[in-house]
Write a protein of this length. Structure first.
Length: 206
């Protein structure tokens, strides 16, 4: 790229430009088609420019994964907040936020929960995914009251597995086929409601 065609960025702007171009490239081409050189080209900078912020492709992918989890947690918290104060409704809200983020960012979402992401997180020493579990665990604890730690852990696992399993089946075509949006609105909400009811009942005295 010639100097005349290379855009000048302030230090922080270049990092954000690379993250933005990387996000778009990931959604379009997946991990296999992801390169720092192409990110630089899309950001309109020299192929050497990314090295000032990301020493390797893995570092940029790790940043995308980290930000993806931040956005996922924010989406879940926002939907739970809109759902009100009732525990079951808040659990459904968490699931709605989880599934909506995954549907809107399918390639990034699949990367976030892949073995590749495990390797990237280990390299970056960043437990971004734990924030999702922590948010779920807090809401499950509110729903269960004085249930034992074992029950809380089991119900947190169950809630997460329901959300993640359903949206993964939708994204892979196992549920809904071509009409995935309808499947999310009807069967997805039904699955989340059943999950929330099960969690709340598990904390009720027998």
């Amino acid at each position: 790229m010639s100097r005349s065609k290379t855009r000048a960025y302030h230090h922080g702007d270049l990092r954000e430009a690379l993250v933005a171009s990387g996000r778009k490239l990931l959604e379009e081409k997946g991990v296999r088609g992801f390169t720092l050189r192409e990110c630089a080209r899309r950001a309109d900078v020299s192929h050497a420019a990314p090295a000032h912020h990301f020493a390797s492709m893995d570092e940029l992918l790790a940043e995308l994964v980290r930000r993806g989890f931040e956005e996922l947690v924010a989406a879940m918290a926002a939907e739970a907040g809109r759902a009100g104060a009732e525990p079951a409704a808040r659990l459904v809200g968490l699931g709605v936020g989880y599934m909506a983020f995954a549907a809107a960012n399918s390639v990034l979402f699949q990367l976030m929960y892949s073995q590749e992401a495990v390797r990237l997180e280990a390299k970056a020493a960043d437990g971004a995914a734990e924030a999702v579990r922590s948010l779920l665990a807090d809401e499950v604890e509110e729903a269960l009251g004085h249930a034992s730690g074992e029950v809380r852990q089991r119900m947190t696992d169950f809630a997460w597995a329901t959300m993640h399993g359903f949206i993964t089946l939708v994204l892979e075509g196992g549920i809904g086929g071509r009409d995935s949006s309808r499947a999310l609105k009807t069967r997805g909400l039904a699955a989340l409601a059943a999950m929330a009811e099960t969690v709340v009942r598990s904390g009720s005295p027998r």
